[in-house]
Design a protein around this ligand. Structure first.
Ligand SMILES: Cc1cc2nc3c(=O)[nH]c(=O)nc-3n(C[C@H](O)[C@H](O)[C@H](O)COP(=O)(O)OP(=O)(O)OC[C@H]3O[C@@H](n4cnc5c(N)ncnc54)[C@H](O)[C@@H]3O)c2cc1C
Length: 455
């Protein structure tokens, strides 16, 4: 079916999009552009999912994702269309080593080797291993693009990025490299992150002087603009209980308030929730979804009256070997000063099993624990003007090895096996805001290509 055939369905198809995260909102916006009748059903009382933002005392707090890169084609295209200004974001970072933060500017790329040597961030043996890893990634670079997962498949060769680093470099470099950068980027452990995804992250964020970008007023500015473009079709606090399939085709969705008929459904939730909503998926697709895992994290955000991070850094990272529950903390006022207090807006992240423990605490206790931990590394951290806590049971998709390969199969065969049904979400791409947004656009194309379902 060609573009003309897709166009034929547009006016006649009612699409239900489940979930108003980056994937669902992009699917909704794509539907609007194509003249498709659509409704977005969102379980929460607000839209955005992991790109949601909250207004607190005149500031805007990004509760999940905060940064983009110059490679985020879909998201940057949406920003242009929606009139969201985007600017470069500092990559100045402090890494804790021997009782102090050692500052590197990631835009300096290989020139940082000198800094790494001077501060003994890596032993000479680990540094040599880093050079080997960098060289190996450079040779695979054309395939390791976060914006295009299809070519990375061939590089999903080891069980995890930790295994690949050991093989390509050696054990010494594992903690210094993945124990810091992979943890910051995924809020997960390198042992749990797929090899191809991990390599794309290492190459895209750590070894290359890639441009880090952000909407001028934070990620929430992008979310707000995207929500505004489809707001008349979003139904909040409407949890979908089940996707109803009749005779091998999509018929609609069941919510607590009743049945919503649809010709096509874009399920834009996490993989875990998609499996719950779709218990009768074809076995191969269900297997692919069952393999998807996520890191879990919690974040405390503090509005402060004076700067906390050293030397105009945007963020500071704590290597895993430090044993802190903190992965990193950043100052959002460095990138989006218009929506932050003058002193700073500190976002601190915890991940892993200790984040699960912290997540169970009431907000006040959680924020107090974070504050005490930040002061171990930044004793100048003042009493905050305000504090907020956010919890993510499923934070970043870790794309374990094998899952990436199941993705194109699921995308190709699902709309053919169940007409009118498509999956979207970061797990259907390279996990990121870009991956989620691109998967939402692709899902709308897929359901329109396959034609309406059974309702
Ligand atoms: C702390 C944190 C920091 C991050 N930092 C970055 C970053 O800097 N850059 C980056 O690119 N990525 C980052 N990410 C990852 C990025 O945010 C996600 O990959 C992306 O936003 C996922 O979007 P999504 O639409 O696939 O899923 P989600 O945002 O999870 O959206 C799913 C939506 O579906 C809704 N839903 C679920 N079940 C139902 C149901 N039954 N009925 C109706 N609605 C339902 C949910 O409420 C949610 O709104 C970060 C993530 C976290 C948590």
């Amino acid at each position: 079916m060609g573009p003309a055939d897709i166009g034929k369905w547009c006016g006649a198809v009612r699409v239900v999009v489940i979930g108003a995260g980056a994937a669902g909102l992009s699917a909704a916006y794509e539907s609007r552009k194509r003249g498709v009748d659509f409704t977005v059903l969102e379980a929460a009382d607000h839209a955005g999912g992991r790109i949601a933002a909250e207004e607190v005392e005149g500031c805007r707090i990004d509760t999940g994702a905060q940064v983009l890169t110059a490679g985020y084609r879909t998201v940057l295209g949406l920003c242009r269309e929606l009139g969201v200004p985007v600017h470069a974001c500092s990559r100045r970072a402090g890494i804790w080593r021997r009782g102090a933060f050692r500052v590197v500017d990631q835009n300096d790329g290989w020139r940082n080797l000198r800094t790494l040597l001077a501060f003994k961030l890596f032993s000479p043996k680990a540094l040599w291993q880093l050079v080997r890893i960098g060289w190996s990634l450079r040779r695979q670079a054309a395939d390791l693009r976060l914006a295009d997962p299809s070519r990375a498949l061939a590089h999903d060769t080891e069980a995890s990025i930790a295994d690949w680093i050991r093989k390509a470099g050696g054990t010494e470099s594992l903690e210094g490299l993945a124990g810091t950068s992979i943890r910051v980027l995924t809020l997960g452990n390198p042992e749990d992150v797929g090899a191809a995804y991990g390599k794309a992250l290492l190459w895209g964020y750590t070894f290359q002087p890639v441009e880090l970008l952000t909407p001028e007023r934070g990620m929430g500015q992008f979310t707000q603009a995207l929500v505004a473009a489809v707001a008349d079709r979003i139904r909040l606090s409407t949890k979908v209980e089940r996707v109803v399939i009749r005779g091998g085709a999509e018929a609609g969705v069941q919510t607590a308030a009743g049945f919503v008929p649809a010709d096509a459904v874009v399920c834009a939730t996490t993989a875990t929730e998609a499996r719950r909503l779709l218990p009768n998926l074809p076995a191969d697709i269900d297997r692919a979804l069952a393999g998807v895992t996520y890191s879990s994290s919690c974040r405390a955000v503090f509005g402060v009256d004076r700067p906390v991070l050293p030397d105009q850094c945007y963020f500071v990272a704590l290597p895993r070997r430090e044993g802190s529950f903190l992965v990193d903390y950043s100052d959002a006022s460095v990138k989006s000063p218009q929506v932050a207090p003058s002193g700073g807006l500190i976002h601190a992240e915890a991940a892993g099993s200790r984040a699960e423990f912290l997540s169970a605490l009431p907000d006040g206790d959680l924020c107090r624990r974070f504050l005490a931990e930040i002061r171990r590394y930044s004793p100048e951290m003042p009493e905050p003007r305000f504090a907020r806590a956010y919890r993510w049971k499923e934070a970043v998709c870790l794309m374990p090895s094998g899952v990436l390969a199941g993705r194109p199969r699921a995308r190709r065969s699902l709309p053919e096996q169940i007409r009118g049904l498509a999956l979207a979400g970061d797990y259907m791409h390279m996990p990121s805001v870009e991956g989620a947004a691109a998967s939402g656009v692709a899902a709308v194309e897929d359901v329109l290509r396959a034609g309406p379902g059974a309702s």
